[in-house]
Design a protein around this ligand. Structure first.
Ligand code: DC
Length: 203
């Protein structure tokens, strides 16, 4: 039986950590759909045409360790405004959502567009300042030479582009449970998420 959990929200709100923990808790497979857009963005930075790159995307393209840079994140956000790029990535995501044994997908439009019938939906958010600080500490730990100001500007730019685009903009589905992690520890956020999913599953 398939059981899909949709987890959406802006960059660095804690979606990735929560999604991995939720998937481990329920024994479900996990897909970070941002990686699809990052993989297309990386190919475009290397000279490819966005729509052709999205159509030719292979699962192994998601394993590239260079997909986590700020430059690739911005490129991902730019290709994500193109309707044909989004359309080329739909089937892969829906097939993943329907896999037997359950699936957790995290992204921007999972509860609204990819899996509107998901059994449980969360929208994980936090203030731009808190998200930028988390991302800054992550990048710093990886040896990246960035300032807090740059990271905050980057987060705000990506939020604006992701929320204002015409195709599948970032927004909470009407039936999503909104979790603001600004003042939560990772442990609290994960616990809140699992409890919310159990309530939705039973309801
Ligand atoms: O989640 P992330 O930071 O890895 O996502 C990178 C970009 O990809 C994000 O800024 C917008 C885009 N994206 C999207 O449009 N839809 C998704 N479901 C996931 C990501």
């Amino acid at each position: 039986m398939s059981f899909a959990i949709a987890i959406d929200g802006p960059a660095a709100a804690g979606k990735g950590t929560i999604s991995k923990a939720v998937a481990a808790h329920f024994g479900f497979a996990h897909l970070d759909t941002g990686l699809l857009y990052r993989a297309v963005g990386a190919k475009v930075l290397a000279g490819a045409e966005p729509i052709a790159a999205a159509k030719a995307l292979m699962p192994e393209d998601l394993e590239d360790s260079s997909l986590r840079t700020a430059e690739v994140a911005q490129a991902a956000s730019r290709v994500a405004v193109i309707g044909e790029v989004r359309a080329a990535l739909v089937d892969f995501q829906r097939a993943f959502a329907q896999r037997a044994g359950g699936a957790v997908l995290d992204g921007r439009d999972i509860g609204t567009v990819i899996c509107p019938d998901a059994a449980a939906k969360l929208f994980v958010t936090a203030s731009a300042e808190v998200r930028a600080e988390r991302r800054f500490l992550e990048l710093e730990a990886r040896g990246s030479d960035v300032t807090r100001e740059q990271v905050l500007a980057d987060v705000k730019e990506r939020d604006a582009r992701d929320m204002e685009r015409a195709e599948a903009p970032l927004k909470a589905a009407e039936d999503a449970k909104v979790i603001d992690t600004s003042d939560m520890s990772i442990g609290d956020a994960v616990e809140t998420a699992i409890a919310a999913i159990k309530v939705q599953r039973e309801g």
